[in-house]
Ligand binder design. Structure first.
Ligand code: ADP
Ligand code: MG
Length: 231
């Protein structure tokens, strides 16, 4: 099979399989979720705790399926002109709530001069959420997450920095591999998905980290002149 199919065909085959498998799994999950909701209406309060756990786990499984599907399908993203800072502002209420719960702060350093870029907003949000969640999960209380955007030569840079424990050099090499995780409830799909989203935008992603100092993920999008003149 390998020798007969090109890379693109093989990928689309995997994508089709992923789509039908995830569809088959999602259906029974949706049924379970629906009936749980019905049961909750008729059940004693003592079951609230279990109800919450089951719902959380169902939603977690659903999240994994979504990540896996976007990764496996790797489709060409439909893009529109977007201001990066608009996308980030749009996202921040979600992040702020999360940070508050953890006793962490978020700082935004956004360059308002950055021209509109050809982006798939949904994917960029997914990218940011994954990078920010990782940073937050890595930090203790009082940690600070910084989201910075700036122009560096022919690139727009988006930097997501945390004050967490950092990542050892040997782990840095494996970060973007699917299923690499050091978390008990991790999937290891987050950064693999980030990489594929960045590649779909002809960009680059890299990590800079010192143990004990924190971690910065740097995303670069090419700034092309034709786009620049539009804004
Ligand atoms: P998951 O979050 O499910 O573990 P990811 O692909 O998002 O999967 O991340 C893979 C691993 O990379 C994490 O388990 C963690 O060990 C490491 N990692 C990612 N981001 C950070 C960060 N900001 N600080 C420290 N470690 C990180
Ligand atoms: Mg993650």
């Amino acid at each position: 099979l390998r020798s007969e199919l090109g890379n693109v065909e093989r990928l689309s085959l995997v994508g089709q399989m992923a789509a039908s498998i995830t569809h088959e799994i999602r259906n029974p999950m949706a049924v379970v979720r629906g009936f749980l909701q019905l049961m909750k209406e008729k059940s004693p309060e003592s079951l609230d705790h279990y109800y919450r756990i089951v719902m959380e786990e169902l939603d977690r499984a659903n999240g994994i399926i979504n990540d896996f599907l976007s990764l496996a399908q790797n489709r060409i993203s439909e893009k529109q002109l977007w201001q990066l800072d608009h996308i980030i502002h749009d996202l921040s209420p979600l992040l702020w709530a999360d940070a508050n719960l953890r006793g962490q702060t978020i700082e935004l350093i956004l360059d308002a001069q950055i021209p509109a870029l050809e982006l798939n907003a949904k994917e960029i949000k997914q990218l940011l959420l994954n990078l920010c969640r990782n940073g937050m999960e890595a930090m203790e209380d009082k940690g600070q997450l910084t989201i910075e955007t700036r122009i560096d030569k022919q690139y727009v840079e988006m930097i997501i920095k945390d004050t967490g424990p950092g990542i050892s050099k040997s782990k840095q090499e494996k970060l973007f591999e699917p299923f690499f995780t050091t978390k008990v409830k991790g999937t290891g799909l987050g950064l693999a998905l980030c990489l594929s989203i960045v590649e779909r935008h002809n960009g680059k992603i890299s990590v800079e980290s010192e143990e004990g100092e924190g971690t910065a993920f740097i995303v670069k999008f090419p700034l092309n002149r034709s786009v620049q003149s539009v804004s």
